[in-house]
Design a protein around this ligand. Structure first.
Ligand code: PMP
Ligand code: GLU
Length: 396
């Protein structure tokens, strides 16, 4: 047979999703596995949103929609971006896709030519790396370790830029680190992007999940020149506990919005109509439940950070957003745990899952070694039990 596509063949499976399916399989086999793998809110989608989805079905809102999405949703998003981030977008600049993951891919497809370099800040969300390659680009990594709070500096960015650089993907608040860039840090990065004329794919999907009284700044709000170059990614998955509904979006300049819309019209057609109507309710409806979820995440964050730092052999710095903690397990390298020699984070995550029945994500796939990501989008009860198991596992 003829060879398959080289680009497609090189795509690796998502580690975040792989860990989760293994943990789910173990659970289905009757094992008492606790899952801190995949990052998705454990809360149920609020009832008013689900009811809007049901109403859409009953009212026959079940037909094709324009490729870029229904106008009420695009208008609701434009208003939310104005209210929450001070951003002025016309609804025609908002392009809906089937989840923010899809929006990142469409954004990359809209700007990437073969050989273009796309800068990623490591640790990065595993899908960025693969999506850059899927779009025909070359990922270029800037390392931002724990010592620099997992955040890149403008100087690092300047050094990484070449004549082939097309864009940087900046995820703020970050998955997997939970770190947040403040306004000054963003301004310095944005200045470098404008000076060097590179695009910014700004993934702000966790923007509502910020703690410690921090005020979130969208990079696109830092001036017209930055906004013109920004492909702003967001969606309803994390803020409204709607991961399975598959609705995300990209806000961009009109030329890019048109390109993305054309691209979608020949690939997915449009996202699910029912999910789009439910998302209108998510954004336009009552927001109190959302704040309750945020507060619950903050409480869990406080607990997990304190507990983790009290267990000998592991540690973490304090994340201010999203729902992830990066557990530093460097000191465990060379030890035998659960009968297995631990040489790296992959070994640890496998042993921890197999022996202690706790699912976490090893961070080597995120471009950093000797860290394991815990998603604390799980009940407090589970978090306590998970840390009890960690303590016991390490005390062997
Ligand atoms: N960006 C980041 C940083 C994420 O963590 C996720 C979660 N998978 C996504 C995008 C994708 O979100 P969605 O479920 O809307 O595709
Ligand atoms: N963003 C989540 C995670 O990192 C969901 C899984 C995925 O889509 O990769 O776990």
């Amino acid at each position: 047979m003829k060879p398959v596509s080289k680009i497609a063949e090189a795509v690796r499976a998502s580690t975040t999703l792989a860990v989760d399916s293994l943990a789910k399989q173990m659970k289905a086999d009757g094992l008492d596995v606790i899952r801190f793998g995949t990052g998705e809110p454990d809360f149920k989608t609020p009832d008013n949103i689900s009811m809007a989805g049901i109403a859409a079905i009953c009212e026959g809102k079940t037909k094709y929609t324009p490729a870029a999405g229904i106008i009420p949703l695009r208008k609701a998003i434009a208003k939310q971006l104005k209210d929450d981030c001070g951003l002025d977008y016309d609804y025609t600049q908002i392009v809906i896709a089937s989840g923010a993951k899809h929006s990142v891919y469409i954004a990359l497809a809209a700007i990437t030519n073969p050989g273009d370099e796309i800068i990623l800040a490591a640790p990065f969300w595993v899908s960025y790396y693969e999506m850059v390659k899927m779009a025909g680009g070359t990922p270029v990594i800037i390392e931002a370790g724990e010592k620099q709070n997992f955040k890149i500096t403008a100087e690092q960015l300047e050094t990484a830029i070449t004549e082939n650089t097309k864009a940087i993907i900046l995820n703020n608040p970050s998955n997997p680190t939970g770190m947040i860039y403040n306004k000054e840090e963003l301004k310095a990065i944005a200045d470098v992007c404008v000076k060097n004329d590179i695009y910014i794919i700004a993934d702000e999907i966790y923007y509502k999940l910020v703690y410690d009284g921090i005020e979130f700044t969208s990079i696109a709000s830092l001036g017209e020149e930055v906004k013109e170059r920004t492909l702003l990614i967001n969606g309803v998955s994390k803020s409204y506990a709607m991961t399975g509904w598959r609705v995300g979006y990209c806000a961009a300049n009109k030329q890019l919005a048109k390109i993305m819309s054309n691209f979608l019209s020949h690939s997915t057609g449009a996202p699910s109509t029912i999910s789009q109507w439910a998302s209108v309710e998510a954004i336009n409806g009552p927001q109190e439940g959302i704040e309750e979820m945020r507060k619950a995440f903050e409480e869990r964050r406080n607990y997990i950070v304190e507990r983790m730092n009290s267990i000998p052999g592991v540690s973490c710095i304090v994340p201010n957003g999203a729902f992830y903690v990066m557990m530093n397990m460097e000191k465990l390298v060379g030890r035998t745990l659960g009968g297995k020699l631990i040489e790296n984070d992959d070994d640890f995550a496998v042993a921890f899952l197999e022996k202690a029945l706790v699912a976490t994500v090893p961070c080597s796939g995120f471009g950093i070694k000797n860290f394991v990501r815990w998603s604390y989008a799980s009940s407090m009860e589970n978090i306590k039990e998970g840390l009890d198991r960690l303590e016991k596992f390490l005390a062997e």
